[in-house]
Ligand binder design. Sequence first.
Ligand SMILES: Nc1nc2c(ncn2[C@@H]2O[C@H](COP(=O)(O)OP(=O)(O)OP(=O)(O)O)[C@@H](O)[C@H]2O)c(=O)[nH]1
Ligand SMILES: [Mg+2]
Length: 257
Amino acid sequence: MGERGGRYRDADEGSLSVLRAQLLLAPRISIVIPVYNEEAIIASAAADLIAGLDTRKLDYEVIFAENGSRDRTPQILEELVATNPRLRWFHNETPNYGSALKRGILEARGQIVICDEIDLCDLTFYDAALPRLEHVDMVVGSKAARGASDERPFVRRLATWSLNKTLRVTLGFMGTDTHGLKAFRRQALLPVLEKCGADMDVFASEFVIRAWQSVRVEEIPIQLHEKRRPSIHLFKRVPNVLKQVGRLVYVIRVKGE
Ligand SMILES: Nc1nc2c(ncn2[C@@H]2O[C@H](COP(=O)(O)OP(=O)(O)OP(=O)(O)O)[C@@H](O)[C@H]2O)c(=O)[nH]1
Ligand SMILES: [Mg+2]
C-alpha cells in the first residue's frame, strides 16, 4: 500500500512538475495559420510575420496547420521549424480548412489565440485586437464592418455578402463576418470549440456564430489586402458550404444544440 501510494505520489508530483514546466514555457500568444499549397508565399510571409512579432517583442508561437498540400509546402515548413523554435507545424493527408484550424486551436498553448491566414498575416489586426481582449473574449476582424475595406474581386465580395446574409437570416448571426482574422482567450472559447461539428469552410462560421451566442465578442474593421489571389476556386466550394450551412441550421435551430 505504502509503496503503491508512494508511486502514485511520485507520478503525481512528476506530472505536476511537467504541467508547471509546460505552463511556464507556454508562450502568451499562439498564432494558428491553416496552410494549403502555399509554396509560393509561405517562406516570405512567415519571415515578415516573425519580423513583425519580434519587433513588437511579443511572446508567441506560430502553428502552421497544414493538410493536403501537394506542393513543396510541407518541406518548406520543415525547414522553417528547424530554424526557429517558436514555430510548429502539423500535417494531415486530406485538405480541410476547418479541421486544420480546429486542430491548430486545440494544439495552441497560449492564453491568447490568433487565427490568421498566410495571405493576410495582418499585424495591424494584432495591434488592435490584443488590448481589446482585456475586455472581451473574442475579437473578430471584419472585412464587411463599417470602416473596413476589402480589395478582393467583386465576385468574392459578393460571396462573402451572400454567406453573411444567409447566416443572419437562417441562424440569427449578429455580426458582419465569420471568416478570416480572429483573436480570442483560449479558455473562454474552448467550450465553444467543443460544440462545433462543421468542417471545411463552415467551421469558422460555426465557431464565430456560437461565440456570439455565448461569450463577449467584438468586431473591428480590417483593411483586407491579400498577398495573392485566393488559391481555391470559389464555385467549387459553394455546394459544400450550402450543405454545411443546412446542417448547421438543423443542429442549432431544430435540435437546439
Ligand atoms: N490546412 C488548410 N489550409 C487551407 C485550406 N484551404 C485554404 N487554406 C488556407 O487558409 C487560408 C485562406 O485561404 P485562401 O485560399 O486565401 O481563401 P480565401 O478565399 O481568402 O478564404 P475566405 O476567407 O474563405 O474567403 C490560407 O492560409 C490557405 O493556405 C485547406 O484545405 N487546408
Ligand atoms: Mg485569402
